[in-house]
Design a protein around this ligand. Structure first.
Ligand code: XMP
Length: 316
């Protein structure tokens, strides 16, 4: 039988075995994967575990603050790097999905390298890569590449740190069980997966700061409304997407040419396949009403009703 307690013991000894001396840098992102990785590494090597959080400016509202507070409450010191401007300036106007991912991956590696140079004893880099990420990036022989998940194999060759990926063989639900066994709060255990390139993959067409702001505010509304109904935990992900289509609206008796926001709420076991969530109409209606009233540039809200496959979960 698969028991999280046994797995934790096994992983911690494996890390200890693998990481003989020197510091272990952990790239933390606030997600359950990197949080669990940070805790396991910290359990294995104590203060030789150094968490680094890079703020790329593409996080959900309030996320960076939450991450740093949580890790420090667990006794894990976190080095916060504010790289927002660097990422956003480079993304400005970029349309192509893979190009966005490439820019984010490269900038991330660059900023990370700078951050790591502050830790002269660093020898290892721990990442919270999961099994499905490994498959979808084509790292497994015979698997087709669908999207280049930027956190897999994203480090340049000249990078000298040895990769440690303690969660590489696990699925998300197993990581949740590990997190629960480690005593993490439900807010972290059931937090939805969030892509490494952040809100950038939820912007269709040219990246602009205005669209980023729309998608961030709209996603917060989607999460809040589902949260109020107790529906958040039951779904895999719930977020908003924005593109360039415009819809003529009326705001305060005046014609307004606004953005179309698409709401995507999916149910899934492991992200390999997904179904759209049959949300109650009243919830959808409240989401639409709030998005159009609280975000002045939006005049239409649509709901995404395509499964994966043939679609994917994120639009980009
Ligand atoms: P798709 O959109 O391919 O996404 O159906 C499957 C799952 O992976 C997440 N995702 C990513 N996660 N880095 C990540 O860490 C990425 O680049 C990335 N792209 C997608 C997505 O949110 C979904 O849960």
């Amino acid at each position: 039988m698969w028991r999280p307690e046994d797995q934790i013991g096994r992983i911690v000894s494996q890390i200890r075995e693998e990481v003989k001396d020197g510091d272990v840098i952990i790239g933390v992102s606030g997600g359950i994967d990197s949080t669990v990785t940070a805790i396991l590494v910290h359990m294995a090597v104590g203060d030789r575990a150094k968490a680094v959080f890079i703020d790329h400016g593409l996080f959900r509202e309030g996320e960076p603050e939450r991450v740093v507070a949580l890790l420090s409450s667990l006794g894990i010191k976190t080095h916060y790097v504010d790289a927002r401007e660097r990422f956003l300036a480079r993304l400005e106007g970029v349309s192509d999905c893979e190009e966005k991912r490439r820019i984010i991956g490269e900038t991330f590696a660059e900023v990370f390298a700078e951050a790591i140079s502050l830790f002269p004893q660093a020898k290892y880099l721990a990442q919270g890569t999961l099994y499905p990420d490994v498959i979808e990036s084509g790292a497994v022989k015979g698997a087709d590449k669908i999207k280049s998940h930027h956190n897999v194999g994203g480090m340049p060759k000249w990078f000298t740190l040895k990769l440690v990926e303690p969660l590489r063989e696990f699925y998300k639900d197993e990581v949740r069980r590990l997190a629960k066994a480690l005593g993490l709060p439900d807010e972290v255990v059931y937090r939805h997966p969030f892509p490494g390139p952040g809100l950038a993959v939820r912007i269709i067409g040219p990246f602009t700061r205005e669209k980023l702001d729309i998608v961030r505010k709209a996603s917060k509304i989607v999460e809040e409304e589902l949260g109020k109904e107790g529906l958040l935990r039951g779904v895999w992900q719930a977020f908003a997407v924005v593109g360039d289509d415009r819809w003529v609206g009326v705001k305060g008796d005046k014609r307004a040419l606004g953005y179309v926001v698409t709401v995507r709420v999916v149910e899934s076991e492991d992200a390999m396949t997904a179904d759209w969530s049959r949300l109650p109409y009243e919830v959808l209606e409240r989401i639409s009403a709030r998005i159009t009233s609280e975000i002045p540039q939006v005049t239409m809200v649509t709901y995404a009703i395509t499964t994966k496959p043939p679609s994917t979960i994120e639009p980009c």
